[in-house]
Design a binder for this molecule. Sequence first.
Ligand code: PDD
Length: 299
Amino acid sequence: MSLVYVNGVVTKPEDAMISVYDRGFLFGDAIYEVTRSYGKILFSLEAHIDRLYRSADAIQLNIGIPKDAFIKQVYDFYKKENNDDIYVRIQISRGNVKKEQISLFPENFDQANVVMYLHPLKPFNQALYTEGQRLVHAGNFRNPKKSLDPNIKSGNYLNNIIALLNIDKEKYSDSFLLNDEGFVTEGTTFNIFYVKDGVVVTSPDESDILLGITRNILLEESGKQGITIVKKNFTLEDLYSADEVFTTSSTKEVMPVSYVDDQKIASGMPGEITKKLSAIYKENIKKYLDWATINHPWK
Ligand code: PDD
């Protein structure tokens, strides 16, 4: 079953309604989060809501209720869904423009529109996990932090959409962006890592990336298992000559990469450290679910 929530009203997707004067629709003046449930627990919901509120602060968008109350609202909605393993998207726009005046001025709005989507999680092509993704670098650059900080998870994904427009879908499954200094930033909806001589590398926190929650979990957990992750800028050549490349996101978790552009990565098969980090991530999911099952106030 799929369900949609619009400002407190829960309907089937085909009955969900939002104004054509919504600033998210008109200008991309919105923020969002995506997580998923495992069984009946929304994974790392607190971290996603923290990031949502950080994104809101960064664009001076007033969500209107405290974080805890918002988490409860998400769970109250989610409890209407009977199925396990659900894709969850939370989208908040600044609201509708006032008096049907289509003006960009941000004081020209009513109150935030809160929309949530629950969809069955479509399983990703398993071959991407066993054989790896084929990624291509995009022709356009990532928005520089100074222009529109990629660490704001905004409802405007044109930068990332353009990165997907001209890729050869026969050859590549997704794309990633460089910045104008030639450093790799991130994928269209994922963070990127590579491994060289046993050391794992990811872009620095202050680079032009979204600080992914999956990335954060690996950064916190890997050291405990003897894997070092170093944060530093890297180039396409670093990826081409890497021993392993992989990506992270809440929906796809840890996913290996077998090709970058036309370059095969090492043997082209998922590497041992990628597999180990994938297992570490899965252990962390289990730990969270065990914790949430007992302690989560909203479950
Ligand atoms: N995307 N970078 C970008 C640009 C993203 O959109 C995402 C997440 C990530 C990874 O973040 P996290 O580990 O917190 O999921 C990195 C989600 C999945 C999406 O938009 O569907």
